[in-house]
Design a protein around this ligand. Structure first.
Ligand SMILES: [Fe+2]
Ligand SMILES: [Fe+2]
Length: 432
């Protein structure tokens, strides 16, 4: 019997990283890099040229550092976020210090030093904000002391009393704005985390309910549980290759687990029969489509709505000779057309009470033969095009089924599988 893995929520957490705050922070880093290169590229190049002409080599070093850093921020998506955000804050700090030291408090450097801890509050953790604020403030104090002692001479100087007042005002407003923003960003982060947590809880709840439903069928017929889990994987693979987005692919994964849920209502004497079924018994078995759809009907949850379509239509045939309603062609929901091929593949390649396991090549041949009669021709072409992927998935799933921790194994397989699915390039596009 299948049991729900205790580490399900942990697995889902790995599935749903808290991307939102990171997403916006990343955007800010790219935006600043882009604006800096567009607006700063020409002045920095001119400055480099003039510095070269006048022998100001320190300027050339700074210009080169800024250019390289902005190009790095713009083109290194794979570098760790903390490194990129740290580089951005460091550029601000270095340029602010350099320009303030060179031109005094009524120049661009002073504004940059004001902005540096604010940027840290937006992009970095609170601990790093304290660090950046402390270093930045000490630098401003240091520059003011150096100036008051006459070590550096700026083009425009405050009288000493005014300088101290100006310094204290700077520190006060810098702290006020920096920590207000740090609090707001921290609050947003906490809200985001809470929402993500709730989303994981909700998803874990519906996956658990689905698991328990499949378990309920599995209690009746022990072959169906592993069959359902294999169908989930095959169907998700075919759906991804067809062009479903990741979310819809995942929905089909869970929806297809329940495709035979209606078998819960079939009497044991028929469900566990080892002899070939009479016509009356076969008709009763066929009703698992209708009773499955009835179990799942009326839901407002997309995954259950899809599961209802799959349960009702996974035995329909492309030429209209299937059951229960004899739907034809694209009148059969796409999800059910996908599951129909995967269901056939798994039934043929698995052993049942009434039949032996057949080879994968026999299964593939039967599916190819059903192109345009039993199955959607486009989906059969896809299946045959990616046959190797289905065969290796078949081997891997059978290996997992034989493990004692089969269900957890399936979830681990699913995690790896969905990571791979994100990179799949469909050769068809869209859904119908
Ligand atoms: Fe079925
Ligand atoms: Fe089935």
């Amino acid at each position: 019997m299948i049991s729900t893995p205790s580490n399900l929520k942990q697995l889902l957490h790995r599935d749903d990283p808290l991307e939102d705050v990171h997403y916006w922070r990343n955007r800010i880093v790219f935006l600043v890099a882009r604006i800096s290169l567009i607006l700063g590229g020409v002045p920095i190049s001119v400055s480099t040229f003039l510095s070269l002409r006048d022998g100001l080599y320190l300027n050339i070093v700074f210009d080169a550092i800024f250019l390289v850093a902005f190009v790095f921020l713009l083109f290194t998506k794979t570098a760790p976020y903390l490194l990129r955000a740290g580089v951005l804050v460091a550029i601000l700090y270095i340029s602010g210090t350099y320009f303030t030291a060179a031109f005094g408090p009524i120049a661009v450097g002073f504004y940059i030093l004001f902005v540096t801890p604010i940027m840290a509050a937006v992009l970095l953790s609170k601990r790093l904000v304290h660090l950046v604020f402390a270093v930045n403030s000490l630098t401003v104090v240091f520059l003011a002391v150096v100036n008051l002692r006459g070590i550096v001479d700026w083009p425009w100087n405050f009288p000493p009393g005014m300088a101290v007042l100006f310094l204290l005002t700077f520190l006060f407003f810098s702290a006020l704005v920096t920590y207000t923003i740090a609090e707001i960003v921290g609050g947003l982060h906490a809200v985001n985390e809470h929402l993500a947590e709730s989303r994981v809880d909700l998803k874990a709840a519906y996956i658990e309910i689905i698991s328990r439903l499949v378990t309920a069928v599995d209690c009746r017929d022990e072959v169906t549980g592993a069959h359902a889990l294999r169908i989930g994987n095959y169907s998700a693979l075919l759906a991804a290759r067809y062009g479903f987005d990741r979310e819809t692919t995942e929905q089909l994964y869970y929806a297809s687990l329940m495709h035979d849920i209606g078998k819960i209502g079939i009497p044991d004497v028929i469900l566990k029969s080892t002899h070939s079924l009479s016509e009356k018994e076969r008709l009763l078995i066929n009703r698992h489509t209708i009773s499955g759809a009835a179990i799942l009907a009326g839901s407002e949850t997309p995954v259950l709505q899809m599961a209802e379509r799959v349960a009702m239509c996974h035995h329909e045939k492309w030429n209209g000779s299937g059951y229960p309603r004899g739907l034809e062609g694209t009148d059969i929901p796409i999800e059910a057309r996908i599951v129909a091929i995967c269901d056939t593949f798994d039934v043929i390649t698995s052993a049942r009470r009434y039949k032996n396991r057949q080879s994968t090549s026999e299964a593939t041949a039967i599916i190819a033969k059903g192109r345009g009669t039993d199955f959607d021709p486009e989906l059969v072409d896809l299946f045959l095009h990616y046959e190797d992927e289905f065969l290796s998935m078949h081997d891997e799933l059978n290996r997992i089924v034989n493990l004692s921790e089969a269900y957890t194994g399936f979830y681990q397989f699913r995690d790896r599988f969905f990571k791979e699915i994100a990179n799949l390039k469909p050769i068809c596009s869209g859904t119908d």
